[in-house]
Design a protein around this ligand. Structure first.
Ligand code: GLU
Length: 430
């Protein structure tokens, strides 16, 4: 069978193709030369399967879409506290290239506007590293998200340097307020090189999938940054990623995203998909007109909105079955399924707290569970401990070992089996 997804993506592009609103960015002369008709979409599953349509293999400069990744590298290299001391996380409500700092702290308001992105650039790599080494860290780091080595478009880089007055003003302001400690023009030159890295729409989807996949690049398997770093980056993308249209974006599309002046948009939906889109004509906020339309369609058709209520947690508890064994023994086995987090574990605790009396033996069947997060694990083990101390014999049915080393504390360790079998009969008074 052929997957229906590429045909669907073709249809989405056809549907948006006639929209010629907006204009290609021209404040960098070389960007004005972009073909305004280019249109592409790529969607990557978190296992690295990519579906693509349109000009998804054409290269363009990454521009501001580099910002979340350099922020991620700064967080990884310097730690969250050190980065937060220099760069805030509040939406600015201003243009991306505004000369502004937070009142009082003199911090840039967030890392997605140029003032914050220039600062984040200086925080990648170890403190005091020579700029060549830092730039290599940035190229290698962004490349690791893409899963291939990215190259600089020297023509765009030179062209932007010729009109970099605004970024130079910002960097001098940062130097003046001692937010950065280095030579302002050099920081701008390297930041512009960062923005001039060439990517394809397919690359964007895989970079986004790395974020959606907790920092693990799905094709290379490399843990590029930690889950904690990803959480911070996606949070900031949600509130600040789409220039000053973040509110519109989050309500209509609802996917943590970052756009850039080349007309690219990258969106990452945790645990689900990475999305890349390209169409060079921009709206008044600086976001790709057709790119936004494509993302609105994908979000609506595929139910990708972050705030879409998930299936009710009660589905984690499939129900219970009563088993009758030798003699008059009986056991009540609770069957669980899916991904267990707080809400699913709460259903189990709630169900067991209401267990009808009469079953000395309790089973927890984890056969259909594929992962248990740390709070769910603690809740299950505490339930096992309490049941055991109340005199029940507890058995975990856990053929895949989704709850390894089930030490419930106080010397309590449940029996673990692959499929239900009756153990030794509990002794009197046990
Ligand atoms: N190189 C661009 C600048 O700093 C990036 C802008 C953008 O994509 O928003 O002006």
């Amino acid at each position: 069978m052929r997957s229906p997804i590429p045909e669907y993506l073709d249809e989405v592009l056809r549907n948006c193709a006639d929209d010629r609103a907006g204009a290609v960015a021209d404040y960098v002369p070389e960007l004005a030369a972009a073909d305004p008709e280019q249109l592409a979409v790529a969607v990557s599953a978190v296992d690295g399967t990519v579906y693509e349509a349109g000009d998804s293999r054409s290269a363009f400069t990454i521009q501001s879409i580099s910002k979340p990744f350099v922020y991620a590298l700064a967080l990884a290299d310097r730690g969250c506290e050190a980065v937060l001391a220099r760069i805030g996380v509040e939406p600015s409500g201003e243009a991306f290239n505004e000369l502004s700092l937070e009142e009082g702290s003199a911090r840039p308001r967030n890392p997605m506007i140029n003032v914050g992105a220039l600062t984040a650039h200086t925080l990648a790599g170890p403190p005091g590293a020579p700029r060549e080494e830092r730039f290599e860290r940035i190229v290698a780091g962004i490349s690791a998200f893409a899963g291939r080595r990215l190259e600089v478009d020297e023509a765009v880089c030179r062209s932007e340097w010729g009109t970099a007055h605004r970024n130079l003003a910002i960097a001098h302001m940062l130097r003046g307020y001692e937010v950065i400690e280095e030579d302002a023009p050099r920081v701008v030159a390297d930041y512009i090189r960062q923005c001039s890295l060439l990517v394809t729409t397919r690359d964007l989807a895989l970079m986004a999938a790395t974020l959606a996949n907790g920092g693990v690049q799905p094709v290379t398997g490399e843990q590029v940054v930690s889950r904690e770093v990803v959480r911070q980056v996606l949070s900031v993308m949600t509130t600040c990623g789409m220039y000053d249209a973040a509110g519109d974006w989050v309500t209509t599309v609802g996917i943590p995203a970052k756009s850039g002046v080349s007309g690219g948009i990258l969106g990452a939906l945790p645990g689900q998909v990475g999305i890349g889109v390209l169409s060079p004509r921009l709206d008044r906020h600086g976001n790709s007109v057709r790119g936004v339309r494509v993302c609105e369609r994908l979000s609506a058709d595929m139910g990708l909105h972050l705030m879409e209520a998930p299936a009710p947690a009660r589905s984690a508890l499939r129900g219970g079955r009563v088993l009758h064994g030798p003699g008059s023994r009986s056991a009540l086995v609770h069957e669980l399924q899916g991904t267990l987090q707080f809400a699913g574990a709460e259903r189990l605790v709630h169900g067991i707290a209401h267990t009808p009396p009469g079953h000395d033996e309790i089973g927890l069947d984890l056969t259909r569970v594929h992962s248990v997060n740390s709070v769910a694990r603690r809740m299950i083990l505490e339930t096992v401990r309490r049941l055991t101390l109340d005199g029940h014999a507890v058995t975990l049915i856990d053929p895949e070992g989704v709850l390894p080393d089930p030490d419930a504390g106080d010397g309590v360790r449940p029996r673990v089996v692959d499929t239900w079998e009756w153990g030794a009969a509990p002794g009197p008074g046990s």
